[in-house]
Write a protein that binds this ligand. Structure first.
Ligand code: EPU
Length: 338
């Protein structure tokens, strides 16, 4: 397990921001995590856990020891009458894992196709898209405690999943390394097509009962049409969470802006489309330095080639201020700003 010094992180964060890791260790197994914990110097040093770098904004060099998670492995754990349990190493690419499950004939993750990042990062922010969240397909995960070196298994309840949130963004942030994740894919498979754009695909194609591969293809088409490919234009997907307001607040905003895109939630609150709010403030296509607001989706900030993390943060703050000024709503960033 080599200890690398002064490693550029530019290729390791999907925003493509320039930053260096003072110390970087590639973790390819649970045993590697324990070696780090037991190491005389590394053991005590603060740690920064890096997956696919798709949920991080690097504004400076990282002095904490970077653990780059590269644990591989995909397997079918169990085929039950009502579900299939799949296990994936935390370092597997998320999209490739989704594609693999479909190839094996075990659908259920297709709505989450093409989300950038790794398997280990997926539970951290409870990734979600097109009517499905990771927690809906989650069985359990293994994580190694960075103080004791012990492996623990966490159930769905123990992960405290919320909207783009989990215990790994809260109490366990930086304290444990997710090594393997298990998914529960319900049988029989049922297409999840409640999301407006998927329903539109069904309507336009005339395919009334699409199979999993068809849903996968539609999700990929929808994403490619409006989200930039990080391999081409640096980004971290949605930059802000969709804010949740009370019904009363929403009525007040609708009174002033009848067009606002909003979704009533089961608990009586209302989720507002942050992309719409930012768009309404005229940000689409605007830039500050090398950081810009994507032309086709205002919720996505992009690196136009030479952005620094500082420019991304400056742009994000300017957007937050103008949305607050016009709507009285504070937008909360989705990625972790370092
Ligand atoms: N909208 C605008 N202008 C814009 C962007 C959006 O008017 O510039 C409107 C759209 O017309 C639409 C509404 O806002 O009516 C919502 O937009 P969209 O369907 O693109 O979804 P979103 O709420 O912006 C969320 C997730 C995405 C996920 C999609 C699909 C969050 C923060 N984002 O985006 O997740 O792919 O729904 O489920 O919840 C991510 O987290 O990185 C991500 C990409």
């Amino acid at each position: 397990m080599p200890i690398e010094k002064n490693v550029s992180l530019k290729a390791y964060n999907t925003f493509g921001l320039p930053a260096q890791a003072e110390t970087l260790v590639r973790v390819t197994s649970e045993a590697d995590v324990r070696r780090v914990v037991d190491h005389p110097q590394l053991g005590r040093a603060p740690k920064f856990i890096l997956g696919g770098g798709s949920n991080v904004v690097l504004t400076r060099d990282v002095t904490a020891t970077v653990l780059k998670i590269e644990i591989k492995g995909l397997r079918v754990v169990e085929v039950r009458h009502n579900a299939v349990i799949i296990e994936a190493g935390a370092g597997e690419t998320w999209h490739d894992t989704v594609a693999w499950t479909l190839e094996q004939g075990y659908p259920g993750l297709e709505n989450l196709a093409l989300i950038p990042g790794t398997v280990g990062a997926a539970p951290v922010q409870n990734i979600g898209a097109y009517g499905v969240e990771l927690k809906d397909r989650f069985e359990s995960l293994d994580a190694v405690d960075l103080v004791t070196g012990r492996t623990v298994t966490l159930s769905r309840e123990m992960c405290h999943f919320g909207y783009r949130d989990s215990v790994f963004k809260q109490a366990l942030a930086g304290k444990s390394v997710i090594t393997r994740v298990r998914f529960r894919l319900p049988r029989p498979w049922l297409a999840e097509l409640s999301y407006l754009e998927l329903d539109r695909k069904r309507h336009d194609s005339g395919i009334g009962n699409p199979g999993p591969q068809q849903v996968f293809d539609w999700v990929c088409e929808i994403r490619r049409a409006k989200l930039p490919d990080p391999a081409v234009i640096g980004n971290v997907g949605s930059f802000f969470k969709n804010p949740v307001v009370t019904e009363e607040q929403c009525r007040d905003i609708i009174g002033r802006d009848p067009e606002i895109v909003h979704y009533p939630m089961p608990d009586g609150t209302v989720k507002l489309a942050a992309g719409w709010l930012i768009d309404a403030c005229g940000w689409k296509g605007k830039s500050i330095g090398g950081a810009g607001v994507y032309e086709k989706q205002a919720l996505v900030l992009v690196n136009r080639g030479s952005a620094s993390g500082g420019e991304v943060v400056t742009l994000a703050r300017a957007i937050q201020e103008s949305v607050y000024g016009r709507f009285g709503i504070r937008l909360e960033p989705e990625p972790v700003v370092v």
